[in-house]
Design a protein. Structure first.
Lengths: 102, 203, 397
């Protein structure tokens, strides 16, 4: 496969920016979580690319494994928080989450 | 002619998978419907798993499918469906915010891709011996599982061309910390999501 | 030229063969299910279409389904409604990529074959959820949600029950794991140590739940939710769901066969006997026997027979046991199966520390099998002879 490292990293960069823009524009709290998942996947892709192309070796894949397990845990907690918020306020619109603002 | 087709088939496959991933990632941003966004994210994650397989990380790719697609995405979809009632399925953002987000996003993309393209990656390339040693890494007998297992047990593979850390410690401590972390997250999520009486407040 | 063959023609051939097999087994299973269910219910099953045994009944069913009206409900999300059967189909089909049908006859031999199969089959859940949501009816949504919770929960003990077998064989490559079980039936991985034996049984239970078969078929509970997540699907779209369900049943049955029940190696080493007798079915490479094409065809038939035996067991269980409720399903998984599975994992990991030889393990495996037979036999023997006698015993106690 003669695809270069830069191409794979560029794909990761596109995914990363898509995730950041999703986090910035979505008003739904679950939409923000979706953006966070995209960002973490982009970083995983970078790790695996470095494992394949550079002398980083198998360590890249080990980090990618951590980067799969930890975001799964984070998504669980984030969803628990969102569901609590929904139960209390009947909305998932993050613009309405301004209870602490006096 | 057929020979060039055969030689460029792995590249073509890679570009197809990359196109799917990028297109679905852009679709996540653009779509207004939250359920559609979750579905596009699913396809993005599956495309990423395909890219992992093409980059020789078969264990990581299978883990991505099992945990991300078959676990985290189910969680996200459950969250979407439990909270998607009427007005929350399509929440429109003001166009001023879109413009600002687009400017920030494009700036970030320019910054990151500019750095990527202008870096000289040839200094980090694998040495010739490492390329030869890792040559079979996309073939069927790739030893990634064994190497990963040894690394997580704290015994990194002794071949210094495969692992950067030839006499090092490996990843046993982070592995144990992640196990405890998952236990904590499990208990925390179960506590947070316990059944309570619903307080309806007018906001 | 050999590049052309190896990189384009052979993969195409493998894909075509697997696709044909995938569709053929759906036809066979529909007929088999109707015959098995008929016999269990003391009737004959289909006997009219295609002669005395109703061979062509499935073809007639297929033609009927193709000619049905293609309905999409008004409230349905049209794009998702159309896509979701194909997601389930792709998840089930891709699992066949790494199955070795005989010695080294796998379309793609991967080092993480078992893990890959389990991972790809977990993509089906998403198709089911999408189908439930996109149908626009609350029965479908309930069915989809219940089914997603059930399948995702049962994937955990299912995967954890494979781990003792992986630990015993030392490899996740299905070809190597099956080849290690060559010879007599006591080489099978299920008799490797008592923990792997119980893991083999537990795996079948968890796999039955994971492919949504009775007694865990809340997703398609005909008497409760009309038809669960595929209520609004008719005709060809329903056929896709059905085909995918039977395909995943066969895939999990084949995983069990390859990891626990010997793969293509029979209970008796017939290929080796025939080779010694004169019909060459393979060559001896030291102590291990490498079958040639004839031996591999014999192995293929053996493999298919074992898979179908496990499928018949699944069907037998379906038509015998009543359906269990969704809360009982989740309780069984989380409170009973998961702790037992963790205990088996611990035992299978600690076993080689105490028992060093393979023979010792096999003795342990047979002791476990004998114990299970004893318990099951006692339960069968002590059931009342008839319902009336059972009632009398209860009344007079």
């Amino acid at each position: 496969m003669t695809v270069e490292l830069q191409t794979v990293l560029l794909i990761g960069a596109v995914m990363f920016v898509c995730g950041v823009v999703t986090m910035a524009t979505k008003r739904n709290a679950v939409g923000i979580l979706i953006g966070a998942e995209l960002v973490l996947n982009a970083s995983n892709l970078n790790f695996v690319a470095f494992a394949y192309y550079t002398s980083f070796g198998i360590d890249g894949q080990a980090f990618a494994l951590f980067g799969i397990v930890l975001p799964a845990a984070e998504a669980a907690i984030a969803l628990a928080i969102i569901l609590n918020f929904y139960n209390n306020h009947m909305t998932v619109d993050v613009d309405r989450a301004n209870d602490l603002k006096q | 002619m057929i020979q060039t087709l055969i030689n460029s088939w792995p590249n073509a496959l890679f570009y197809m998978m990359a196109l799917v991933t990028v297109a679905c990632a852009i679709a996540v941003v653009v779509t207004q419907n939250i359920v559609r966004a979750a579905v596009w994210l699913l396809f993005t994650l599956t495309g990423t798993a395909g890219l992992f397989f093409l980059l020789g990380a078969d264990f990581v790719g299978a883990t991505q499918l099992l945990i991300y697609v078959g676990g985290t995405m189910i969680l996200v979809i459950f969250g979407v469906m439990l909270t998607a009632r009427g007005p929350f399925v399509q929440m429109k953002t003001a166009s001023g915010e879109w413009t600002l987000a687009a400017i920030v996003g494009l700036t970030l993309f320019g910054l990151v891709s500019g750095t990527l393209i202008s870096t000289d990656w040839s200094r980090t390339k694998k040495s010739e011996a490492a390329v030869k040693a890792g040559e079979g890494i996309t073939e069927a007998n790739s030893p990634t599982t064994m190497q990963l297992g040894l690394e997580f047990l704290g015994v990194p593979p002794q071949n210094p061309k495969i692992s950067r850390d030839p006499a090092g410690i490996g990843y046993l401590l982070p592995f144990e910390i992640v196990s405890v972390h998952l236990l904590v997250v499990l208990i925390g999520a179960a506590y947070l999501a316990r059944a309570k009486r619903r307080k309806a407040t007018t906001s | 030229m050999s590049d052309l063959i190896h990189k384009i023609l052979l993969p195409l051939l493998y894909t075509v063969i697997i696709m044909l097999f995938f569709q053929l087994q759906a036809i066979i299973f529909v007929w088999l299910e109707r015959k098995v269910s008929g016999r269990i219910q003391d009737r004959l099953g289909p006997t009219r279409v295609g002669g005395k045994f109703g061979w062509l009944q499935t073809i007639a069913d297929g033609v009927k389904l193709l000619l049905k009206e293609d309905l999409i409900p008004r409230d349905a999300d049209r794009a998702m409604f159309r896509v979701s059967p194909y997601i389930v189909l792709c998840g089930a089909f891709a699992a066949f990529l790494v199955i070795p049908f005989a010695f080294q006859w796998a379309a793609q031999s991967m080092n993480v074959a078992v893990f890959f199969m389990l991972a790809v089959m977990s993509v089906e859940v998403f198709g089911v959820i999408m189908a439930g949501y996109a149908s626009g009816s609350k029965w479908a949504l309930f069915g989809g949600m219940r089914e997603a919770a059930q399948v995702v929960s049962y994937e955990v003990p299912m995967a954890m029950n494979i781990v003792p077998a992986v630990m015993a064989s030392g490899t996740m490559n299905l070809n190597d794991a099956a080849q290690m079980q060559a010879g007599w039936f006591w080489n099978w991985m299920c008799f490797h140590d008592p923990f792997t034996f119980f893991a083999a049984i537990m795996y079948l239970v968890c796999a039955t739940a994971s492919v949504k078969r009775a007694p865990f078929d809340l997703a398609e509970a005909e008497s409760e939710l009309v038809a669960g997540f595929h209520t609004e699907y008719s005709g060809f779209r329903w056929l896709i769901f059905f085909m995918a369900e039977y395909a995943s049943m066969l895939a999990v049955a084949w995983i069990a066969t390859l990891m626990f029940w010997g793969g293509w190696n029979g209970p008796l080493p017939v290929a080796q006997w025939l080779t010694k007798a004169g019909i060459t079915l393979g060559t001896w490479d030291g102590p291990s026997f490498i079958p040639n094409v004839g031996g591999r065809i014999l192995g293929l038939l053996n493999f298919i027979a074992k898979g179908y035996t496990l499928i018949v067991v699944m069907m037998w269980v379906r038509w015998t046991l009543p359906r269990i409720r969704i809360d009982q399903v989740m309780k069984t998984c989380l409170k009973y199966l998961l702790p037992i599975t963790c205990f088996l994992l611990l035992g299978a990991a600690a076993w080689p520390l105490f028992v060093r030889t393979r023979q010792g393990g096999q003795i342990g495996g047979f002791v476990a099998a004998g114990l299970l037979l004893l318990i099951v036999g006692k339960a069968i023997v002590s059931t009342p002879k008839s319902a009336a006698q059972g009632r009398r015993e209860i009344v007079y106690k």
